[in-house]
Ligand binder design. Structure first.
Ligand code: PRX
Length: 631
């Protein structure tokens, strides 16, 4: 069908039905029944999932809920890597492929569960030998390679808390995260490779850890020849570090509520938040969603295009799929390098069956043209996924038609770093409504409410909230209890993470975007305040305000309004200089694409910058109530 025909069909029937044989074979054949089963007895529902996994000791209580603090599987003892590796190997997956990895040039590496097990155990032993103990923090700043995921699992094996920092972040951003976590050890690589270029990582680490005494060791995966120099006693080669270690490392017996990882994300202040996830609930929830939302079967070849530097890569590369015994494809580098056929070539090559990516990538490929995917055989695909930002109906239909050939259901999955796993989508058997994420997954009670927590009328805008604890929920913000509590005390009796949404007559939720000062650029969360602080640290900048501006491919881009200090004049060179400064302070993803110099910024009488006034002016919209504006 053409795009127009599909659009017309949609107008008539309002939704798109998953193919009958898909539903017939789906892991959840009847969403309503599964949801009902959950509502009738939430604890029993989760207990049944937990019982599918291995525990050294079962829990005494499924849930302990002291608003807003939840404990799941209280008293339970387990280790997530024993479930992801040892138990899967016992089940016969030793020689099953865990990862097909490849780079931009098609160089590949195939790693089985048995091989991954040995690598993880060796790293874990080496970490222990280096003095890393349960509860210590390890920062992982690496490209998308198997060693990156193995390093995460190795930490989990010995109970160390990993904090993965996306390799696109700059030295100050990395330093901040290392400092906040007081990391004992950093694992990095010489370079990450993107668009055919080697981008140095180790140099950034050198700068980030300068004078940080508590960083005792830096482990460096050296990929290029000649090998990058290691300086001083702190630094050690990744493979030298693990070479004499045994293939078995005694797993740390973890309490269900022992921390598993910290992952930093942007909020509405200048300081990123260290979202903390724990062991048992996270394990149970990611395992469940892998099987249900992604309908994972033993024979699937699953490809999530995220990087483990973000939550999607944690839950749906490093943990969920391995717990569920999946075979995965991972690919380092840019989606469209050396050409826009790269991803489709990979799908054909490995026979990918489940493909999970972001709207920004879909829109980029839409712009590159259908001829690229059409060159390849995509008939292995059976399920598509989307994550990170709202997917507009046009992009949804293109994805459905051109990639899924109108055969593959699409799960538009709404969730967050804080929620740990998918919360809203059209699980398996549910009809899809392009542009609307769908319904809460079984295990989740979601709603759209006003500021007092009362449900809004169908199709009216409101705040998207979760009304009942769930196993993969974050347990706190590292060292910042107040910021954690704010999620639960902004709207009475609900978790509110900052999105606005609508809900239709059928209960389908459409996520419209953020209600706070967070910008979503290509599916990545960036705080306006973070960018503003980076801007004002430039010597020519007196004041700065940043807004998100709609963009056809990236979702949003960053525009900065800048008041210069006395004696500085606007110029093209200064714009470039300021952009470079932000790149160095935060990383490429936070660089404003537009900078406008202004004489002053709109402020409230109390001196707060009114970003919404700037935004309204920029987009030609009504600025709303201006009574608090100073002038
Ligand atoms: O605004 C929502 C948007 O991304 C935010 C969460 O960002 P992050 O913690 O980085 O996690 C992204 C990957 C899970 C949300 O508050 N978002 C995420 N998925 C969707 C979405 N917006 C609309 N539809 C989605 N499917």
């Amino acid at each position: 069908m053409s795009q127009e025909k599909l659009l017309n069909l949609l107008k008539v029937q309002k939704c798109i039905y998953p193919p009958e044989d898909f539903v017939k074979n789906a892991n959840v054949k009847d969403y309503e029944a599964e949801y009902k089963r959950f509502l009738e007895n939430p604890e029993k529902f989760w207990e049944e999932v937990a019982n599918q996994l291995f525990w050294y000791k079962k829990w005494d209580k499924v849930l302990e809920w002291n608003y807003p603090y939840a404990k799941w599987f209280v008293g339970g003892k387990t280790n997530i890597t024993v479930n992801a590796l040892d138990k899967n190997i016992e089940k016969g997956l030793k020689n099953k492929v865990a990862f097909f990895w490849e780079d931009e040039f098609g160089n590949e590496k195939v790693v089985t569960y048995g091989e991954l097990y040995r690598l993880v155990n060796k790293i874990a032993n080496a970490l222990r030998r280096a003095g890393v103990k349960k509860g210590d923090r390890v920062v992982i700043y690496m490209p998308l390679v198997v060693e990156q995921i193995a390093a995460m699992l190795a930490c989990a094996r010995i109970g160390a808390i990993h904090s993965v920092v996306y390799a696109g972040f700059s030295a100050p951003a990395l330093r901040h995260r290392i400092q906040d976590a007081e990391a004992k050890l950093v694992i990095t690589a010489d370079v990450t490779i993107r668009r055919g270029r080697a981008i140095p990582l180790k140099q950034i680490v050198d700068e980030a850890i300068r004078d940080l005494e508590y960083v005792e060791k830096v482990v460096v995966l050296r990929r290029l020849q000649p090998k990058v120099d290691l300086i001083g006693e702190k630094e050690v080669d990744f493979y030298d570090f693990i070479k004499d270690e045994s293939n078995y490392c005694e797993p740390e017996i973890m309490d269900a509520e022992d921390p598993l990882f910290i992952l930093y994300t942007s909020g509405s202040t200048g300081k990123p938040k260290g979202v903390l996830h724990t062991t048992g609930g996270y394990m149970v929830g990611t395992y469940y969603s892998m099987k249900t939302v992604f309908d994972l079967k033993d024979s699937d070849i699953y490809w999530c295009t995220a990087d483990p530097g973000w939550i999607t890569g944690h839950s749906y590369i490093a943990y969920g799929p391995l717990l569920a015994g999946a075979t995965q494809v991972i690919a380092e580098g840019a989606p469209n390098y050396p050409d826009p056929g790269r991803w489709w070539r990979i799908i054909e090559k490995y026979g990918v069956t489940i493909f999970y990516t972001a709207p920004t990538a879909i829109r980029m490929f839409m712009a590159a043209g259908e001829e690229w995917p059409n060159k390849y055989d995509l008939s292995s695909l059976r399920l598509l996924g989307s994550v990170g930002e709202p997917i507009n109906p046009e992009a949804w239909l293109w994805y459905y038609r051109v990639i899924g050939k109108e055969r593959c259901p699409i799960v538009d999955t709404w969730w967050q770093t804080e929620t740990g796993s998918v919360m809203i989508t059209t699980i398996d058997s549910l009809p899809m409504k392009p542009g609307k994420a769908g319904k809460p997954v079984p295990g989740v009670i979601a709603d759209v409410v006003d500021k007092n927590g009362n449900p809004v009328e169908p199709n009216k805008g409101g705040f998207l909230v979760i009304k009942y604890p769930w196993p993969t929920m974050m347990r706190t913000i590292y060292k910042d209890k107040e910021r954690y509590e704010k999620y639960w005390n902004t709207i009475p009796n609900c978790y509110f993470a900052g999105d606005i949404a609508t809900k239709d007559e059928d209960g389908y939720i459409m996520v419209l975007g953020r209600a706070d000062d967070v910008i979503n650029v290509s599916g990545h969360r960036i705080g306006t305040m973070e960018v503003e602080s980076a801007l004002v640290s430039h010597p020519a900048v007196a004041e700065a305000a940043v807004i998100g501006k709609p963009h056809p491919v990236k979702g949003e881009t960053i525009k900065a309004f800048i008041v210069l200090r006395k004696d500085h004049k606007p110029s093209e060179k200064l714009i470039e200089d300021i952009k470079y400064h932000v790149r160095m302070e935060l990383g490429a993803l936070a660089v404003p694409s537009e900078i406008e110099f202004v004489d002053k910024l709109p402020k409230t009488r109390s001196g707060k910058i009114m970003r919404r006034v700037l935004k309204a002016k920029e987009l030609g919209m009504d600025p709303g109530d201006l009574s608090t504006l100073e002038e």
